[in-house]
Design a protein around this ligand. Sequence first.
Ligand SMILES: [Fe+2]
Ligand SMILES: [Fe+2]
Length: 305
Amino acid sequence: MPQGLEKRVPEMPGKRGISESTSVARYALSVTIVFSLVTILYMLAAGNFFPSPIDEPASGSIVGSPQFTLFIVITGALVFLAAWSLALDLVFAKRKQHDSERELVMRLGQAAEWRDDETGDHALRVGEYCAAIASCLGWSGNELERIKVAAMLHDIGKIGIPDFVMVKEGELTPEERELIHAHTLMGSDILADSSVPLIQMAQRIAASHHERWDGAGYPYGLAKEHIPIEGRITALADVFDALTSKRRYKDAWSFDNTVVEIRTLSGTHFDPAVVEAFERALPEMKAIYDKYTSTARLFNISRAA
Ligand SMILES: [Fe+2]
Ligand SMILES: [Fe+2]
């Protein structure tokens, strides 16, 4: 592992430090139970918990007395605290599970890019670019969060491509090109048959991110709206990041030159509506680009300025 690389995954969601409320809930529940038992035992021992039906009104009964009211108030407050803590616990547990899934996907996506990208960050950048574009297409909430994570797995099928093709210097033969193209189907197979919406979206993206709007892409040669929208968004984000990144076989393009190239590919390679959203997302795209470029500079990795 290159020196310092372990420091280059600073935004993994699992590291955010979610506070635990389990101990609060347990403590509140325990106090409530002990307090209630002691109070009830005390009242029973005193023999005045229930009013005597003969002695109406309940002279000497604790029911209705200030002590009894205090007991009810304190017990109610403790029960409320316990219920609130448990509810909070459920929310935190769900969030922690969500963050764990996200972190796993991010790390898997990075692993798939390791041999093809100097930093392994291609997957992370594509996820962020997709979210920026999708947001300008009107996506929000869970769907927006989902594409940001699912797009990180777009090249997961590269895990199945032999090293001699992935790291080959120079021109690929047609057979080797076929092998590279197969990463879409391999990725789709890896992610197939999931009941999890995130993985279902990731599968659609893995299968379709090299399709082209004009039908000249692969693996199926789908065209226009036959290509899932997530695939159309990821196709643009993927090319944008590939062009602005240095690879073994090419230098990194500048941000501005890449924007021009994307515009020229509208209606052929890319969905024109996605290109329009990309135009609206340019400030956000630039912010993401700058963030990763400055990180790369920090670790002496080449990216276009
Ligand atoms: Fe790909
Ligand atoms: Fe890619």
